[in-house]
Ligand binder design. Structure first.
Ligand code: 1PF
Length: 280
């Protein structure tokens, strides 16, 4: 069947964009308007109440953030006992696929950095902390980067993600030291403040900027998972920062990848940093 019906509206499937455990994202054509959309389908057959609630939470937050530009548009949705359909804006390519294909021109790095900061600032202003930011969460829509999801419901990987290639889902390469250390006692509830917790997304953004700048993430070369987790948390493991054209860029990277959460800058401070504010 190559048609999807959402709230009684017909969409023709053009192709599969990505698929996860129980979800798929299709590129579809709305016959009436001849417009292209992305439809995210979630199969709820084997989903328990916690998963169903996490999807409802993601939809609620997505609706609340609809007036913000750097957040993906949600046009319609349908929830039934057996499935969820989300009719959303269709982008051209996610940042993970984009970075796998080509190195970023150095003058474009600042453009992407500003847009990622602004997008994450939007969810922080709504009291949402992602905690699992990676390039696959960002999407190019008409040349600008938008945030696809908020880390509330489980995520999707590219349909071309082979088992061997490091799929972006579940990658530890962007995880902050405090997230790794706190996941042990998460049952105790995170007592730290929103201000401190926001810094975990700053660490992940720093890892993404590092990947854009140097072509690899700070701990990518450590393939053993335990060794990787230890290195991320170990202050004696010095992250390498090779010099690049713009010393302000290296300074941003060094500040974002500070293990001490209190020393790490906030998004607001990063937007005031000379790397961002000194250029046009
Ligand atoms: C490998 N190949 C894939 C297709 C294309 O990239 C995308 C096109 C559209 C999109 C998208 N638009 N609206 C979207 C709304 C929700 C989710 C979306 O993706 C989810 C998931 C798809 C797999 C990659 C990670 C993001 C959405 C996303 C990737 C080109 C690269």
């Amino acid at each position: 069947k190559n048609q999807i019906h959402v709230k009684g509206v017909n969409y023709s499937i053009i192709k599969v964009i990505g698929k996860g455990g129980s979800s798929k994202v299709y590129q579809v054509l709305h016959e009436g308007s001849k417009k292209i959309f992305a439809v995210k389908y979630v199969d709820l057959e084997c989903a328990d109440d916690v998963i169903i609630q996490s999807y409802k939470n993601e939809i609620t937050v997505l609706q609340r953030l609809q007036n913000k530009d750097p957040i993906i548009k949600l046009y319609d949705y349908e929830i039934s006992q057996s499935h969820i359909y989300l009719v959303m804006e269709c982008g051209s390519i996610d940042l993970a696929s984009f970075l796998r294909r080509k190195r970023v021109q150095k003058e474009d790095i600042l453009f992407y950095w500003r847009q990622m900061l602004t997008a994450v600032q939007c969810i922080h202003d709504e009291g949402i902390i992602h905690r699992d930011l990676k390039p696959a969460n960002f999407l190019f829509v008409e040349g600008s980067l938008k945030l696809i999801d908020f880390g509330i419901a489980n995520s999707i990987q590219s349909d071309r993600t082979s088992v061997t290639r490091e799929s972006q889902v579940g990658t530890l390469n962007y995880m902050s030291p405090e997230t790794i250390q706190s996941s042990g006692d998460s049952h105790g509830g995170d007592h730290t403040s929103m201000k401190i917790n926001c810094k975990s997304d700053v660490w992940s953004l720093g890892c993404i900027l590092y990947y854009i700048t140097y072509g690899k993430t700070p701990f990518q070369s450590i393939t053993n998972t335990m060794m990787k987790l230890q290195a991320i948390c170990n202050p004696d493991y010095k992250i390498q920062f090779s010099d690049v054209h713009d010393s302000n860029l290296v300074d941003v990277l060094k500040r974002c990848l500070v293990r001490d959460v209190k020393e790490r800058p906030s998004i607001k401070e990063l937007l005031d940093h000379p790397y961002v504010s000194s250029k046009t």
